[in-house]
Design a protein around this ligand. Structure first.
Ligand code: RB5
Length: 153
């Protein structure tokens, strides 16, 4: 599994913690570091870049971190084909994969501490889409998403 991670200026510390944590498990993780060398890059372009990388198939999953996780989720969901959600508890992180088949998890450094964030990411890493009753619901999300993006063109 290939994972990418990135953050805005509000989440530099949590990104480092999670990057090192995931790397120490031997998982292939890339810090996209979109802001490096750029002036004033903000969460919309950072999160948009990460979501584009995931939808292009360069990574299986992504982790986007900002102050709250909310802006990163909003912008990721603007990319057709991407489902993203903010999780600050283990149950939601598991359901984000098992029920919603989302590729991107977002978190807020101003909301949770590093130890809880690591525990949440551990649960997320081992959770996969469970199918079953969730399959038609996710299929319906994809259908409505397609219609919505097509009507905007
Ligand atoms: C800071 O720019 C803050 O607004 C951002 O990190 C994030 O919390 C937005 O959702």
């Amino acid at each position: 599994m290939k994972i990418c991670i990135d953050c805005d200026d509000a989440a530099v510390n949590l990104k480092k913690v999670l990057y090192n944590h995931i790397k120490s498990k031997g998982i292939d993780i890339t810090d996209l570091n979109y802001s490096e060398g750029k002036e004033n890059s903000m969460y919309p372009e950072i999160g948009f870049n990460l979501a584009k990388e995931v939808v292009a198939g360069n990574y299986d999953r992504g982790i986007s971190i900002c102050g709250t996780g909310l802006g990163m989720a909003m912008i990721a969901n603007k990319v057709e084909g991407i489902f993203a959600g903010t999780c600050h508890d283990v149950f939601s992180a598991e359901r984000l994969r098992k029920s919603n088949d989302a590729q991107i998890i977002t978190m807020g450094e101003r909301v949770i501490g590093p130890e809880l964030a690591k525990t949440i990411i551990d649960a997320w890493l081992v959770s996969e889409f469970a199918g079953g009753g969730s399959t038609p619901k996710v299929a319906q999300m994809r259908k409505l998403e397609k219609e919505s993006f097509a009507s905007n063109k």
